[in-house]
Write a protein that binds this ligand. Sequence first.
Ligand code: ADP
Length: 402
Amino acid sequence: MSAAEPGVLTINGGSSSIRFALFAVGGTLQRQLAGKIDRIGLKGTNLVVSDQSGKARATQHITAADHGTAVGFLLDWLDAQPLFASIKAVGHRVVHGMQHTEPERVTRRLLKELHRITPYDPDHLPREIGLIEAFLQRHPKLPQVACFDTSFHRSMPAVARLLPVPRRYAAKGVERYGFHGLSCAYLIEELTRLDPGALNGRVILAHLGSGASLTAVYRGKSIDTSMGFTPAAGLVMSTRSGDIDPGLVYYLARTENMTAPQFQQMVNHESGLLGVSGMSSDLRDLCASEATDVRAAEAVELFCYQARKWIGSYAAALGGLDTLVFAAGIGENSPLIRKRICRDLGFLGIELDRKRNARNADLISADVGRVKVRVIRTDEELMIARSVTRLLDLGWTGNDKP
Ligand code: ADP
């Protein structure tokens, strides 16, 4: 990055980590470095930084009992980097944005609004607001942009947004929002680049990572998505249950004296692949053990079965299917899981090519299949950087490749 080139910093705060990346904005967006502080609040907290080729540049052990301490450390570290002088703006992933449909410049008013909507996402928003405020305090003149993970799904029709509970709750914002929107927006931009015609058709995006969701896209717009009012809904995930019978709340309250916070803890952190297998939330571990451990085998089968059902259901919602995109940790890296999800979907026109699938090729469908099946490496950080440069008009011409 030359001194003349502006830089954009992206910040993505997770439950026990803060990821960041620095992009130089020329005609292209070039990732200069990426890093994360992980295991916040646990022993062995680390700051790990890698350069543009992905090579580790620095690892530092730190003590950070909470996000506040971690962000203070990150700000000190960033301030000490010569590259920091080039940063013209910071883009934040904000998981919940209620009705916000576009990335927005952070103002006092927006911050007030984010504080107001915190009850809708008490797991993520307080931490994310804390990160924005920490940057604001240290660098009050540095423009910041909030990029909402819900925005992509604001195009969903009312029928997909409605939750079938009494109307009085809908008036208070109780509806389906959907998440993974930054990933979806990125996948759609990449799909347009790879196959400009694809967006005229019917697309399903399968973002399969620790958090997993499927999204039905018609003419480039989300028409339905599997996560809902919270990210715990939809497909079974690493530790989240996905959709479960609402009657379970009362049953467990009666028989186990389970409280609402305990239920929340259970469905978010103790369920999903971890809960069913009783051994691991990581699909790699489960695949390695399924030959000898029946519960691991059932967890893997449940994941593939549910993903297949969501694909079938969204093909119905879309009135057919032209493109299926696999993304995120599982979607990008596991030929076995993709194969098992797509098994028996020949009736929809989904046929995988064994060799292309085995090497995680960009296009993994067989030429005989009607549906194009793709693997696209998603990049939420790059999507944030793109959004910031567009909003603040920093001079990106839109030509970058991931
Ligand atoms: P996050 O939602 O935390 O960003 P990722 O998109 O990084 O998650 O995905 C992480 C998950 O991807 C891990 O839990 C792991 O189960 C899965 N994964 C990564 N590589 C493979 C693989 N080769 N086979 C199966 N699962 C994989």
